[in-house]
Design a binder for this molecule. Structure first.
Ligand code: E4P
Length: 225
């Protein structure tokens, strides 16, 4: 499963990719507004930070298909590299996805709340579909079940579209969508600390350290071999 950072903060992403196996960055309009910066500087700064090979997903703010396509071309030209335009799962969005694929622009269909939205976007040619897991749970929908249905139908109909799950509140949701076959997930930068942390790991390391120091003191294996 591909891990992505849901962030518009280049500094935070730089720290994350130094440590974690991250393959790209997703943004959305809300995440961008939180940075309160000039858009061009924010996004070009992010591209510079992650380099040309990592995915960068940026959402259109247009609502009509041809305007979405024009915006996607402008963003792709400005940001270059491995670029994905995020297109909302609307009727105009479906048309935009088809037009964008004719121009070989990579597309993530976003704001997915149902299996049928995902299937339609996949048939239109989306490279990724992004179901919003916790936002579904918040309205009492079995979000993990929705991701499972999407994965099942993509397999059933041999669709190449991949699932990029977004919107999480806890590690269990992440684990459950992974088990359902989500191909990718995107998480805010601080969430990755929750994903790697386990108190038993810390306890195990404390035990090793105590035993080692009792015999060899501060010397490390590399100093002694
Ligand atoms: C999609 O772009 C975002 O990852 C998603 O909206 C985040 O959802 P949240 O606001 O529930 O964290």
């Amino acid at each position: 499963m591909i891990y992505l950072a849901d962030s518009a903060c280049a500094e935070a992403v730089r720290g994350l990719i130094d440590l974690f196996p991250i393959e790209g960055v997703t943004t959305n309009p809300t995440i961008i507004t939180r940075e309160k910066g000039e858009l061009s500087a924010l996004l070009t700064g992010m591209r510079k930070t992650i380099g040309p090979d990592m995915m960068l997903h940026v959402q259109t703010m247009q609502t009509e298909a041809c305007a979405m396509v024009r915006e996607a071309i402008a963003l792709k030209d400005a940001l270059g590299g491995n670029f994905y335009i995020k297109i909302p799962a609307t009727a105009q969005g479906l048309k935009a996805i088809r037009l964008l694929k004719q121009q070989n622009i990579q597309v993530t269909a976003t704001a997915i709340f149902s299996t049928q939205q995902a299937l339609l976007c996949a048939r239109a040619g989306a490279d990724f579909v992004a179901p919003y897991v916790n936002k579904l749970s918040d309205i009492c929908v079995n979000a993990i079940g929705v991701v499972g249905e999407i994965a099942q139908l993509f397999r059933e109909f041999s669709l190449p579209t991949r699932i990029l799950s977004a919107s999480f509140r806890n590690v269990d949701q992440v684990n459950q969508v992974a088990l359902m076959g989500s191909h990718a997930i995107t998480l805010p930068v601080p969430f990755y600390d929750k994903l790697i942390y386990h108190p038993m790991t810390d306890l195990a390391l404390e035990g090793f350290d105590k035993d080692w120091q009792g015999v060899y003191g501060e010397k490390k294996p590399g100093d002694m071999i």
